[in-house]
Design a protein around this ligand. Structure first.
Ligand SMILES: Cc1cc2nc3c(=O)[nH]c(=O)nc-3n(C[C@H](O)[C@H](O)[C@H](O)COP(=O)(O)O)c2cc1C
Length: 306
């Protein structure tokens, strides 16, 4: 018998727990000819602001020994375009859609979430790594107050939809910020966003990225991500979507054991666009081989006795 991969993420029922990580799979449709989108647990869209954004100057990505650095700068076509063109098409294909909302003010986050909720997405992820223009560019995820204010605005705008707060680990104390967003109404967490990094072009004697600094992702950050999932799972009763360096089925299994209810593949999509669906198949095989009938048996199992 096939093992049961279905999970329930704060009311969002998914046929399997493998998602795409925001910003690493476009809006999903770009991959429709290459990947069976219906086989993915849910597609998490690239972060969207209210108005279109050009993003940062090039170069915006560079490979590092164990991952990559990016400084895309939230390039996106703006909420009206995504809501009218992308969401209906994904729904028509039967894909579960998690919209990632971003903004420069609390109000902008709320408005973007309201538009996606009205368009019929299945859940909202709040990208808390955006600069707050009203507060001198500090990221919203940096302080408990800012993270809570954004989460509360999105919570209110999202109606009954699950709201996942996406946190990094470098802005402030992880558990304090997680506690603040939980109190503000987050249904769960997405962990983790990229870590800050820089690469140097020796020949030109300057930083590689046009924006100077970027976000580090890929295998280099996996132990940090596992640590974050472990901590947050242990401290809160809310579901966690785990990500950071997942390149294989066994990487994904490590996240489940640390407490993730679902996992997301990010940088791995740039190496193999079909990795998400291959991990779904890999989980079925791995669970069957170990006589585990239900993936839920593994969630948090590494905490037993710890
Ligand atoms: C090119 C690129 C673009 C990204 N864009 C976003 C984004 O728009 N919103 C967001 O919340 N995270 C974004 N991320 C972060 C990923 O969703 C993910 O949290 C991070 O890369 C860790 O997972 P990974 O190691 O599997 O890539 C981006 C990552 C990369 C590599």
């Amino acid at each position: 018998m096939k093992p049961d991969l279905e999970v329930n993420l704060a009311g969002l029922r998914l046929k399997n727990p493998v998602l795409t990580a925001s910003g690493t799979f476009g809006f999903g449709l770009e991959y429709a000819r290459l990947v069976d989108l219906g086989a993915i647990g849910a597609v998490v869209l690239k972060s969207v602001t209210l108005h279109s954004r050009q993003g940062n100057p090039p170069p915006r990505v560079t490979e590092t020994p164990a991952g990559m650095l990016n400084s895309i700068g939230l390039e996106n076509p703006g909420a009206p375009a995504v809501v009218s063109k992308v969401v209906p098409e994904l729904k028509r294909l039967g894909v579960k859609v998690i919209a990632s909302v971003a903004g420069e003010t609390v109000e902008e986050y709320g408005e973007v979430a309201r538009r996606f909720a009205a368009a019929g997405v299945d859940a909202i992820e709040v990208n808390l790594s955006c600069p707050n223009v009203a507060r001198g560019g500090l990221t919203f995820g940096c302080t408990r107050g800012m993270a809570a204010a954004v989460t509360a605005a999105v919570r209110q705008a999202a109606g009954d939809l699950p709201v996942f707060a996406k946190l990094g680990v470098t802005g402030g104390n992880l558990l304090e910020i997680a506690g603040a967003v939980a109190e503000a109404g987050a249904s769960g967490f997405s962990l983790i966003n990229t870590l800050p990094g820089l690469a140097v072009d020796l020949r030109q004697r300057r930083p590689v990225l046009g924006n100077v600094t970027g976000g580090l992702s890929g295998p280099a950050i996996k132990p940090v991500a596992l640590w974050a999932v472990w901590q947050v799972y242990k401290a809160f009763k809310l579901p966690v979507i785990g990500m950071g360096g997942i390149m294989s089925t066994s990487d994904a299994l490590e996240f489940f054991l640390c407490g993730a209810t679902a996992v997301a593949v990010g940088t791995g999509n740039f190496v193999n666009p079909r990795l998400t669906t291959e991990i779904v198949a890999g989980l079925e095989k791995a669970l069957a081989a170990e006589h585990v009938s239900d993936i839920k048996e593994l969630i948090g199992a590494a905490h037993n006795g710890k």
